[in-house]
Design a protein around this ligand. Structure first.
Ligand code: NAD
Ligand code: MG
Length: 402
């Protein structure tokens, strides 16, 4: 009898976490070793009752206490841990084979990087973790024998379209056969909104994505198109490409998830329903395939597939992402930190939608940007991140809040 691999889900109560459990529930392929979340102890209780993991981590200690009290009848053997250190512990436990990295934002970096350093199979949705620590992260994957599989739908699509002999992130050599990759972007909810109306859009409008159902932060990132800026950087690290070999095209139907263009003029694309269970199922079963639960794509009903250039006035965040990608790791860390703070401020009603790119631009071009900060250790990453967050909080008018 084959032994099922153990998987830890970092961020199990979120959109990617729930989709991952949905795929896992369709197969008897993995044993859920640990589930982690920030504070949603009620959803965590349901997940523990269903999956009976060894560990459940609530980062928030109060939520951990409530969870522990509620598990006595439904999951008495699940041990409840709390705090940031507990995330690391369940990511690197020797019993763990695979880690789904699905925490949102910088909070996921330490545990995701630690999983790579312990040679785990890392299924990466948490793009902020990779782009903040790109060179460190990719070196960890290469040197520690980790397997890194992209969950972000565009990067999973590129991964599926790359040549077979040269495909695992961390081990990809620059290839003259690949001319460029093209990331597709839906354009989000404001694709055709007149630019003068953008400053007044509401949080609810920004979070209403036309094709995908996602967590709040990535929904706002999609509306500003900073998501594509972050994804451009993610692609450079994953596929060892310079920024000028990564293009972005608007494709409102979200049917073609991305493309690889080869030197002979061939373009390979991956198509599918806009459902994150497709890339999740792909990564869980890799190098095989398994059903995902997603609808099969009906090309006749899908209708016309359209492509167009992104408008730099409508989407300044995409330009800022490309600028940071060219400038290097310290600029990328500042871009990401400023974006996380600005999005949080927008969601809290403290700033308007178009202040998001303005704040990011100020932090990116601020006095600190002249410094050629070394980025050799996680501590270097976190120091640049802290400073940029403080600047962005000041600019957002939320400096006093934690
Ligand atoms: P979400 O907000 O729905 O879920 C986030 C999860 O992280 C939750 O389980 C939450 O408890 C946990 N979390 C939040 N803050 C935390 C903290 N400080 N410490 C520990 N845990 C914390 O987010 P999501 O939409 O599932 O996105 C997760 C990641 O995947 C993001 O990086 C996002 O960019 C990426 N991603 C998401 C999608 C999607 O369709 N949702 C697609 C591609 C990539
Ligand atoms: Mg994506």
């Amino acid at each position: 009898m084959s032994v099922r691999p153990n998987i830890t889900l970092l961020g199990s109560t979120g959109s990617i976490g729930q989709n991952t459990l949905d795929v896992l529930s369709r197969h008897d392929s993995h044993r859920v070793f640990a589930l982690t979340a920030c504070s949603d102890h009620e959803r965590m209780r349901e997940q523990c009752a269903m999956w009976q993991p060894e560990y459940a981590v609530m980062v928030d200690p109060d939520a951990a206490r409530r969870l522990e009290a509620s598990l006595t009848t439904v999951a008495p053997r699940t041990r409840v841990l709390s705090g940031q250190d507990a995330l690391l512990r369940v990511a690197v436990d020797p019993a763990v084979d695979s880690v789904m990295a699905a925490i949102v934002g910088a909070a996921g970096l330490p545990a995701t990087l630690a999983a790579a350093r312990h040679g785990k199979k890392v299924l990466l949705a948490n793009k902020e973790a990779l782009i903040m620590a790109g060179p460190l992260f990719m070196a960890a994957v290469r040197d520690c024998g980790a397997v890194l599989l992209p969950i972000d739908s565009e990067h999973n699509a590129v991964f599926q379209c790359l040549p077979d002999n040269n495909r695992l992130p961390g081990r990809i050599e620059p290839s003259r056969e690949v001319r460029r990759i093209v990331l597709t972007a839906s354009g989000g909810p404001f694709l055709d909104l007149p630019a003068e109306q953008l400053p007044a859009v509401t949080v609810a409008e920004a979070c209403r994505h036309p094709n995908w159902s996602m967590g709040q932060k990535i929904s706002v990132d999609s509306a500003t198109m900073m998501n594509k800026g972050l994804e451009l950087i993610e692609a450079c690290y994953l596929f060892a490409l310079p920024p000028h070999q990564v293009d972005v095209l608007i494709h409102p139907q979200s049917t073609v998830h991305s493309l690889v263009e080869y030197c002979d003029g061939s373009m390979l694309a991956q198509l599918g329903s806009p459902d994150m269970r497709v890339p999740i199922a792909h990564a869980l079963a890799w190098p095989g395939r398994q059903p995902s639960g997603a609808d099969f794509l009906d090309l006749v009903r899908a209708g016309d597939l359209q492509f167009r250039e992104p408008d730099p006035v409508q989407f300044p965040c995409l330009r800022l992402g490309r600028e940071a990608a060219r400038a290097g790791p310290a600029a990328i860390i500042r871009l990401n930190a400023a974006n996380e703070v600005a999005v949080e401020a927008f969601l809290a009603g403290a700033i308007g939608f178009m202040e998001i790119p303005a704040i990011i631009e100020s932090v990116l071009h601020g006095p600190e940007s002249a410094a050629d900060d070394p980025v050799r250790e996680l501590e270097d990453v976190l120091a640049i991140d802290r400073l940029a967050r403080a600047q962005a909080r000041e600019l957002s008018g939320i400096a006093g809040r934690s």
